[in-house]
Structures are given as structure tokens and as C-alpha cells.
Write a protein that binds this ligand. Structure first.
Ligand SMILES: Nc1ncnc2c1ncn2[C@@H]1O[C@H](COP(=O)(O)OP(=O)(O)OP(=O)(O)O)[C@@H](O)[C@H]1O
Length: 675
């Protein structure tokens, strides 16, 4: 049977067209749509009178259609260090001209072997795809833009990204503040959270911590339920789930899918990808779609699957799970080139057979019967997203800040570490340098204290960021992916969250070091010293955050930031080597380094007005004249005394520019693929 124009016909000729003439998302070749008077609409079922091919859908049931959907991605030809940046990226056709229909009130499973395109299809439907999409995704008869799909659908990714320190109820409550309309009252939010807890069967663990690698918390199945519950908070019309049962035992997988079936039967449109559903899960499904090589090998009711495949020469052996059998025959076997060739050919044949089948014809009929005349000619109106009352910025900011505070408070070792880590260095410095005297030798010792005091705080900032930030970053990726808030908001919240801790630890560090070591006994000097330490700690932390925006690997980010700060201290402090003696390019580089300004402040602060005694009893000691210290400062740190305010402003600017750099790097690097 030949469909008019061959829309959704699989095969190499079409593949070529999709590759060579990429069109924009939201367009399709209307010439290939069947007409309302097409004879295919009147053909008899090939399965006989008892086999229902396409039960009529009541006109008002909302349906999601994928119409001529193709998806092409750019494949990276290796890592950049292998020279991939000099090679043209290869295009890969991941989905090829899919025509599918999904209906509200039904649970549809996308099955197929690994790499068949299940996740990509969910990405495209949800509007979160990265590549080039052609074809139309329509919902309730209107073409859905990315924004509309983001609004109408919720997407449950494969990995659970949850804060281990929060309880189940807290997790859902914070998410409700981020997702529910801005006018929602506290009581409404609590009621919604309670109803999701009940719907997802989480009431027995509602007050338990989620837990993680170190602290045991809820089970894997319960974590999956929480992740799904998070997505149900905004009451989406469409719920998409990527491998929701992965990692679960048979009992939990069945329990979860049966909850999803309940959700679907309450009127939601639920589509999930699943690798190999067991027979008890298979029985819970309303529809099943088998994908292979980016095409459709089957879409229909589970009960129709055996008759369909039997009719095309693949009967299901007795007492076997039909899903296992038919996923196997549609799979590509990659063990040897011959096997690949044979199984790809078989998969292609199965897809083109399905494209010619009554099942596919019925799908096309459903699609076209829901389309208006101008839509049939390819002219869809793009629906604008409904005006959604999103939470206000202060509400989002406060919610994120509270969540970070609760998380840090519960991570007791990180929390205490923030207060004690910097002061912890004081005994080491004191053991090494002792109490400073007022003789000439103490000048060198004071320079040592100054060097240590400008090196240690930013390193502590690095350690603090590396322990705390990555888990928050992973959560941010997930929530930013859902469009809940921006990168700038996230970084700003983190900046404000850590600032009080850095102020307190900087003041404790200075209080201990300054008076016990016997630095210049002056209250203003003490305040300036503390302020420098705070700014350096904050800069170290925010610079690490910026680097963590580039490197996903925390260890790499740690090493890179430590290297940058070491280089900064070496070239600009003037303590390890006099700046004037350095090559000019290093002198210039020193101007860009924060340690130049922090050292100038600390040197001016320490030596200004300090009197030193003359050690005349020691052979070789040269008495210091009254102006010698002043001359020393003037010679080696010419801006230390005159430009103290400017240096403070520059230190502040560094900490702000670290914040801006973090936003820019996060934006430039983008949100990673979260699968
Ligand atoms: N952004 C991308 N860049 C490169 N290749 C991609 C991209 N997205 C998908 N692919 C490729 O497309 C094919 C289909 O991938 P997809 O993740 O959709 O398969 P899947 O059926 O969900 O597999 P699995 O069950 O293993 O998750 C794979 O070969 C994958 O490598």
C-alpha cells in the first residue's frame, strides 16, 4: 500500500533528502501529507474484523502529533586534543521522518535497542534538543514551539539530581516555590506538595532525608518517585520520562510504571522510554512504539503487536514476552560488520513495512483529520505560550538562598569547615614565624606573614568551593534546563550565600593572627587586614566557581585555580622576587594579578609608622635609619601608602569581576547534555 506522497516512508532515499535539505523546526513537506479523500482512509484492516487497528479517538481528547519529524545532530569527530576542532563535524541523522500520535489519558512506552533514538525523540518533543529538527510537533492541533513545549510538558531525565541533605517534603516544597505561579500562597504550596507526595506514594518517607553516597536515605525507587513528583508539581499536560525504571529492581519498576499508568489515566499524556519492559510492565502500557535506526518499526496497542508482527512473518513463540522478541528482531547487532549490515537491512525493511501498514495509515489519518485545511498545506499557526504567572525574582532568590543555607547547615563538616579552615592555618604560621619582634630581622618575618596571609585565604576559598559547589551546580543544570531561573541568579545566590561565612572566617583568622603574631598594633590596620583576607577568600571562591563553569571535573578546576593563584602571587607580590628585577612581560602581567593590590595594602598597612630597634650588638647588622622603612615601601611598593583606597576598590572589583566571569563562562560553556 502506498501512501500519498510517501510521508513517513522509511528508507535510504528519504534519509538522503533529510540530510541534504535541512529545513527549520516547524516545517514539513505538506506535499507528502495524505489528503482527506485519499483511498488509504477507506482500506480494510489487514488483520481481520476482530483486530482493532485504530480505535476512534473522541474529538475532544488532546493529542500530540509528531509529523514528519527528523533530527540531525553534529557528531564531534573525537576530542579537541586529537585535532577535532580542525575537522568538519559530521552530521548524523538520529530520527528519520517519524509520524506518531500520542493521546492524553494514555501511557505510551518508547522501546528499542540502545541508540535507536528514544531519548532523542523525547528531547525533540520536549523542545530540549540540541540539533536540527525538521517537521512539526503539534499539540491540540497547533504547532508547538520550544517555549510552549517547555510550558506544557515536564521532562524526567534518567539521572536523579537531588540534594541528599533535604527531606522529601523539603525537596518538593523548594521546587514548588520555583515552579508554581508567583501568587501561590504558602498554604497552596503545602497542599500541592502533600498531594504529590500522596500521588507518588511517598508519604511513608516524606520526612526522611534523601541521602546519598555517605548518608543512607531513601531507596533508588523512591528517589525516582521524588524526581517524577518534582515534575508533576506544575501539573503538566504532558509528562515525558527517559528510562524511569533504569536501576530499579523488578518490583519497584512495576510499582513505578503502575503509578505512571494511574497518572496517565487521570488525563495526562505520558510518554516514557524504557529498554526492555518485562511482561508485567508490558501489560500496564496503553501504547507501545518500537524504534530502531531512528525510525518507527511499530506503534500501536500492546495487544496488536503480536498479530501485526505475525502478519509480516514474525510470530511470537509461545510463553515469550513479545516485547523482548520484537525488540530483538528490530535491533542492530554491532558485533561484526556483516551482522551490522544484515540487521540494519532487516531493521530498514521492518520500518518500511510499518510505514506501509494500516497502523501507520491510521496514525496519519488521525493526524490529518485533526488538521485544518491550511494546516494540511503546511501552514501551522504557532501557538503562543499562555501567560504564565512565574515566581518573582526575589521569591526565586530567597528560595534558592534558603535551600543552599539548609544544605550547608546539614553538611555539618562543610559548615564547620567554613569557619575553622582559614583560622586553622594560624598555628602553622605562628609555629613557623613565632611572635614578631621589632628588630630588623622581623621585617623579613613580617613580609612572610604578609605573603602567607595573601596566599592562604584564596586557597581556602578554592577548597570551600570545590567541596560545596559541584552538587549545587548539578542541580542548577537540571533546573536551568527546565527554565526555572537564570545562570546570573544562581551565581548571585551562591555569592551572597558564601559571603557571610567568608567574612566571619576572615575576621576569626585575622583576630588570631594579627594580635598573637604581633603585627602593627593599630585598629584600622587590623580592620584593613581582615578586609583584605575576606576579599581574597571571596575571590578565590568565586574564581573557582568560574573555572567550575568550564571544567566539569572538580579536580581539574581545583588544580587550574590553584595554578592561577600561585602564578598571581609569584609575579605580583614582590616578596619572592623584586618586581623590578623581573622580565617586563611578567611585570605587566603582575598588573592583572590580584596579589599586587592585596600585597600593597598589607605592606602599607603593616610598615607604615612602625618603629624598629637597631640590633647593634650583632655583628654585621646595620642600624636602620628612621626613613629607611619609608624608603623601602616607596621603592618597592610605590602605591602602598598613597593608593590604599584605590587598591581596596580594585580588590572589590576583582571579587565582582570573578562573579561576572563566572556568569560569562557558564553561559559560554552552556548546559551540558544531562542524559
Ligand atoms: N547530541 C548528539 N550528538 C551526537 N550524537 C547524538 C546526539 N544525540 C543523539 N546522538 C546519537 O543518536 C543515536 C540515538 O541516541 P539516543 O540517546 O536517542 O538513543 P536511545 O535509544 O535513547 O539509547 P539508550 O537507550 O542507550 O539511551 C545514538 O547513536 C547517539 O549517539
Amino acid at each position: 500500500m502506498e501512501l500519498a506522497g510517501g510521508l513517513c516512508r522509511s528508507g535510504s532515499s528519504h534519509r538522503k533528502t533529510a540530510r541534504e535539505t535541512p529545513v527549520q523546526y516547524g516545517t514539513f513537506d505538506s506535499e507528502r501529507l495524505p489528503r482527506a479523500d485519499d483511498p488509504v482512509f477507506t482500506v480494510e484492516s489487514r488483520f481481520g474484523p476482530n483486530d482493532v487497528v485504530a480505535p476512534a479517538i473522541p474529538a475532544k481528547v488532546p493529542a500530540l502529533h509528531a509529523i514528519g519529524l527528523s533530527y540531525v545532530v553534529q557528531e564531534r569527530p573525537g576530542q579537541w586534543w586529537n585535532g577535532s576542532c580542525f575537522r568538519a563535524p559530521k552530521k548524523k541523522l538520529v530520527l528519520n521522518n517519524l509520524c506518531m500520535t500520542f493521546i492524553s489519558g494514555e501511557l505510551t512506552a518508547l522501546v528499542g535497542t540502545s541508540g535507536s533514538g528514544k531519548t532523542s525523540l523525547l528531547d525533540v518533543i520536549s523542545g530540549r534538543s540540541e540539533g536540527e529538527v525538521t517537521g512539526v510537533v503539534s499539540y491540540k492541533g497547533e504547532q508547538c514551539t520550544r517555549d510552549v513545549m517547555m510550558q506544557k510538558s515536564s521532562y524526567v531525565l534518567q539521572a536523579d539530581r537531588l540534594l541528599p541533605t533535604l527531606t522529601v517534603r523539603e525537596t518538593l516544597t523548594y521546587m514548588a516555590y520555583l515552579k508554581l505561579p508567583g501568587h501561590s500562597s504558602r498554604a497552596e504550596i503545602e497542599a500541592k506538595v502533600q498531594s504529590v507526595i500522596m500521588d507518588m506514594g511517598l508519604s511513608h518517607v516524606a520526612e526522611n532525608r534523601i541521602g546519598g553516597a555517605v548518608i543512607r536515605g531513601v531507596s533508588g525507587g523512591e528517589k525516582r518517585r521524588i524526581t517524577i513528583g518534582v515534575q508533576l508539581l506544575k501539573d503538566p499536560d504532558i509528562l515525558l520520562l527517559d528510562e524511569p525504571t533504569s536501576g530499579l529492581d523488578a518490583f519497584n519498576a512495576h510499582h513505578l510504571v503502575s503509578s505512571l499508568a494511574d497518572i496517565a489515566h487521570k488525563g495526562k499524556l505520558v510518554i516514557m522510554s524504557i529498554h526492555q519492559p518485562r511482561s508485567d510492565i508490558f501489560n500496564l502500557l496503553d501504547k507501545i512504539a518500537i524504534l530502531t535506526i531512528g525510525q518507527l518499526a511499530y506503534l500501536g496497542q500492546p495487544g496488536q503487536m503480536v498479530p501485526y508482527f505475525t502478519s509480516i512473518g514474525y510470530p511470537c513463540p509461545q510463553n515469550q514476552n513479545p516485547c523482548d522478541i520484537y525488540i530483538d528482531i528490530t535491533s542492530v547487532d554491532r558485533r561484526t560488520p556483516t551482522l551490522v549490515k544484515d540487521t540494519v537491512n532487516r531493521a530498514r525493511t521492518l520500518c518500511s513495512t510499518f510505514a506501509d501498514s494500516d497502523l501507520q495509515t491510521a496514525i496519519l489519518k488521525r493526524i490529518t483529520s485533526g488538521l485544518s485545511h491550511h494546516q494540511l498545506s503546511g501552514a501551522f499557526d504557532e501557538v503562543d505560550g499562555e501567560k504564565v504567572d512565574t515566581p518573582s525574582w526575589p521569591r526565586i532568590f530567597t528560595c534558592l538562598l534558603n535551600r543552599m543555607n539548609v544544605h550547608l547547615w546539614r553538611e555539618r563538616s562543610f559548615f564547620l569547615g567554613r569557619f575553622v579552615m582559614l583560622p586553622f592555618f594560624v598555628p602553622f604560621i605562628l609555629i613557623f614565624l613565632g611572635r614578631l619582634g621589632d628588630n630588623q630581622g622581623s621585617i623579613q618575618d613580617r613580609l612572610g606573614v604578609i605573603y602567607q596571609s595573601s596566599q592562604v585565604p584564596p586557597y581556602v576559598g578554592i577548597i570551600n568551593a570545590i567541596t560545596l559547589f559541584p552538587v549545587l551546580r548539578d542541580l542548577f543544570y537540571r533546573e536551568c534546563h527546565d527554565g526555572l531561573y537564570s545562570t546570573a541568579t544562581f551565581i548571585a545566590v551562591y555569592y551572597v550565600h558564601v559571603l557571610p561565612f567568608n567574612i566571619i572566617s576572615g575576621v576569626i583568622f585575622t583576630s588570631a593572627l594579627y594580635w598573637i603574631a604581633g603585627l602593627n598594633p593599630d585598629l584600622v590596620g587590623f580592620g584593613s587586614f581582615a578586609l583584605v583576607c575576606v576579599m581574597l577568600t571571596q575571590f578565590g571562591e568565586v574564581l573557582t566557581v568560574a573555572i567550575l563553569g568550564v571544567f566539569r571535573n572538580a579536580q581539574l578546576a581545583n588544580n587550574t585555580t590553584a595554578l592561577i593563584l600561585s602564578a598571581s602571587g609569584l609575579v605580583s607580590s614582590g616578596i619572592l622576587r623584586t618586581v623590578e628585577n623581573m622580565p617586563s612581560f611578567l611585570q605587566w602581567a603582575g598588573y592583572a594579578a590580584i596579589h599586587k593590590y592585596s600585597t600593597e595594602i598589607l605592606v602599607g598597612n603593616e610598615f607604615h609608622g612602625l618603629k624598629f630597634s637597631c640590633d647593634t650588638d650583632k655583628t654585621g647588622d646595620v642600624p636602620l635609619g628612621p626613613n629607611l622603612i619609608y624608603d623601602f615601601i616607596k621603592l618597592y611598593y610605590p602605591n602602598a601608602l598613597d593608593q590604599m583606597s584605590r587598591n581596596f576598590v580594585l580588590l572589590g572589583a576583582y571579587s565582582v569581576s570573578g562573579f561576572i566571569l563566572a556568569i560569562l563562562l557558564f553561559k559560554a560553556r552552556g548546559i551540558p547534555t544531562l542524559h
